[in-house]
Design a protein around this ligand. Structure first.
Ligand SMILES: C[S@@+](CC[C@H](N)C(=O)[O-])C[C@H]1O[C@@H](n2cnc3c(N)ncnc32)[C@H](O)[C@@H]1O
Length: 217
């Protein structure tokens, strides 16, 4: 079966939609269509390994990914974030965030939201920058979700640091493609690097979530 045939079989199913709807109250930046795609791919994509997320914030995307791991009984989500927020979450930023301004971290909100969803057993937080955490990582990812530093150089650094851990036939997903705030960042990175990359095959788009498959070198 080709990847495209696999994806064409993923249709809206009621039980999965209910799992997606359960996270409606978790604050964050993913639409339900993006959450549906993350949950489905974490649950069903047949590559070997765990799931790695760069940029967890308050745990919204983490919940979708962890639920996919829980339902399929396959692995955990490594949730990588320094939890200090991006420039846009600081005071005066276009996504100013109370926890960042008042406490300097979203880690407390993250752990509360994961616990409230009952997903602690499926989440391993790794606190630090994407590049620093990668230096000590020894696992393999069937799926890598990149939603951390949205600048061109930051996205490149996370991609370069984590690409070696992604299994052949594993997935790499990027959030905020064509978001007007990040046209010169993650959008330009996807268009000039990822879409030209000899090992990246475009599979699927849901809103701003772009999913590629890594093929063997
Ligand atoms: C847009 S938010 C992530 C949103 C989250 N995925 C959601 O579903 O709501 C970006 C997150 O990336 C984190 N971040 C920024 N730069 C980072 C880096 N270099 N390494 C790891 N995390 C980073 C920030 O602390 C912030 O929590």
């Amino acid at each position: 079966m080709t990847p495209q045939e696999f994806l064409s079989q993923i249709s809206l199913n009621t039980a999965r939609f209910e799992r997606v709807a359960a996270f409606a109250g978790v604050p964050g930046f993913l639409s339900w269509q993006e959450g549906y795609a993350l949950l489905t791919l974490a649950e069903e994509w047949p590559a070997e390994g765990d799931v790695v997320e760069i940029g967890s914030f308050k745990g919204r995307s983490t919940c979708f990914l962890a639920q996919g791991c829980a339902t399929s009984g396959r692995g955990v989500v490594y949730a990588v974030d320094h939890f200090e927020g991006s420039p846009e979450h600081q005071k005066g930023g276009h996504e100013e965030t109370a926890e960042i301004v008042n406490e300097g971290t979203t880690y407390g909100a993250f752990t509360q939201n994961i616990a409230a969803a009952g997903l602690q057993a499926h989440v391993r937080p790794l606190v630090g920058s994407g590049v620093d955490v990668a230096r000590d990582f020894t696992g393999q990812a069937r799926m890598l979700f990149i939603d951390g530093d949205h600048s061109f150089d930051g996205t490149q650094a996370d991609f370069d640091a984590w690409f070696p851990f992604v299994a052949d036939t594993g997935l790499i997903c990027f959030h905020d493609y064509q978001n007007s705030h990040y046209l010169d960042g993650v959008t330009r990175f996807i268009e000039t690097v990822i879409m030209q990359h000899p090992q990246m095959i475009f599979l699927h788009r849901a809103d701003s979530l772009m999913t590629f498959m890594k093929k063997a070198a």
